[in-house]
Design a protein around this ligand. Structure first.
Ligand SMILES: *Cc1c(COP(=O)(O)O)cnc(C)c1O
Length: 380
């Protein structure tokens, strides 16, 4: 009997244990020691970002963004309804009101043509999410942001090392956030990063991340003692997590090459079936070099989606759906969300299905997934 193919599985690349052992030998356990600094420099060098700060999660990096932008109760943030809770919850924690925007039917990214209508004097940020690691229309979004003087914060949890018009995602907005949760391309279990593209936020970001103290300046010898200077929290991961992450980022080519192979295998082998069955495969615009974060199918209906999940489960293949529209969630409704506000989101949320995708998914297992799918008829 064949084994179950999980939807996701975290995978080591090899050097994690070596780097963790070294980190323990060096007693580099707390945040911002040598190995954390190596992660910062590596990401800054690759992405050409003025400052990268590792955080305990992408959620926490987003919370830092809300603090850095001085979000106040009553402020508004424009955010897609089709995203993970943290994209907006980090702002809601400051009393911010989410203004949900619908997505484009092709990339499932924020629909930039709907942006201007949602801007009010209270709008304090636009938060695009690069869904599946395929870039949003950053040119238009950045133009609108600068025209209205509204900062753009990229939730780039899916899109590390992907590009839009040749430029890395996460390098457009004044701030951007990454996730190293075990469901993402690169992981340390739980972790994230804040990318600071506008250097004017660097000093305060260091303070907010270090419990509201100027400890980072103290360590650099810029002040002779450190003290409480602002609000903040503890957003630094341990050196042990940074060690794990360093091994993963170092192996980025190996990881991304493998993920590209997985994505292309699904795409090439499911194209004909999808066309016959009225199923839509992911769309990647020419100006986007994607991150190969996930592979999804857009089924013709909710019923067919549920039936395919069940059909795959019977063959010991786990597939999942997401996101439930945030504007229709219990919290979203408290902010006035109602059916029909974001029609594309509502439709996609019912029909999207994600296939198994992880760094050591074998072609044999992938062939099993493809065969099981081809054995499913939508009746369209
Ligand atoms: C995973 C994810 C997050 C949260 O990441 P954590 O590191 O788990 O906090 C935020 N936004 C999006 C779009 C995500 O997919």
């Amino acid at each position: 009997m064949s084994t179950t193919i999980p939807f996701n599985r975290p995978v080591t690349v090899g050097k994690e244990f070596t780097y963790i052992q070294k980190t323990i030998e060096n007693m580099d356990l707390s945040g911002d020691g040598a190995i954390t600094k190596k992660c910062h420099s590596l990401l800054e060098d690759i992405l050409k970002v003025p400052k990268v700060l590792l955080t305990t999660s992408c959620t926490h990096a987003l919370e830092m963004a809300a603090l850095l932008l001085d979000m106040q109760p009553g402020d508004e943030v424009i955010v897609p309804s089709f995203t993970f809770v943290s994209t907006i919850n980090a702002f809601a924690l400051r009393g911010v009101r989410p203004i949900f925007i619908d997505i484009r039917p092709d990339t499932l990214n924020l629909d930039e043509s709907k942006l201007e209508k949602l801007i009010t004097p209270q709008t304090k940020a636009i938060v695009p999410v690069h869904y599946a690691g395929v870039g949003c229309e950053m040119e238009t979004i950045m133009d609108i942001g600068s025209q209205y003087g509204i900062p753009v914060v990229e939730d780039n949890a899916h899109g590390l090392f992907a590009k839009y018009k040749g430029k890395y995602l996460g390098t457009f907005g004044c701030l951007a956030t990454q996730s190293f949760h075990e469901t993402k391309n690169f992981t340390c279990g739980e972790g994230g990063a804040l990318l600071i593209n506008d250097p004017h936020y660097v000093e305060r970001a260091e303070i907010i991340r270090e419990k509201g103290t100027n400890r980072s300046r103290f360590y650099r010898g810029q002040v002779d003692k450190y003290t409480w200077v602002d609000i903040g929290s503890s957003y630094l991961p341990s050196g042990i997590l940074a060690a794990f992450l360093y091994a993963q980022i170092e192996a980025r080519q190996q990881i991304q090459t493998k993920r590209q192979e997985i994505w292309e295998y699904y795409y090439n082998n499911l194209q004909d079936w999808a066309q016959e069955q009225g199923v839509r495969l992911p769309i990647v615009p020419a100006e986007c070099e994607q991150a190969y974060h996930m592979f999804y199918l857009l089924m013709p209906s909710l019923e067919k989606r549920q039936a395919l999940i069940e059909h795959l489960r019977e063959q010991k293949i786990n597939s999942v759906f997401h996101y439930l529209p945030l504007h229709l969630s219990q919290m979203g409704r408290k902010f006035g969300g109602a059916e029909g506000d974001c029609p594309v989101t509502e439709s996609v949320s019912d029909r999207l299905l994600r296939l198994p995708f992880y760094n050591d998914l074998t072609q044999e297992d992938q062939a099993r997934v493809v065969a099981a799918i081809k054995d499913f008829y939508t009746g369209v």
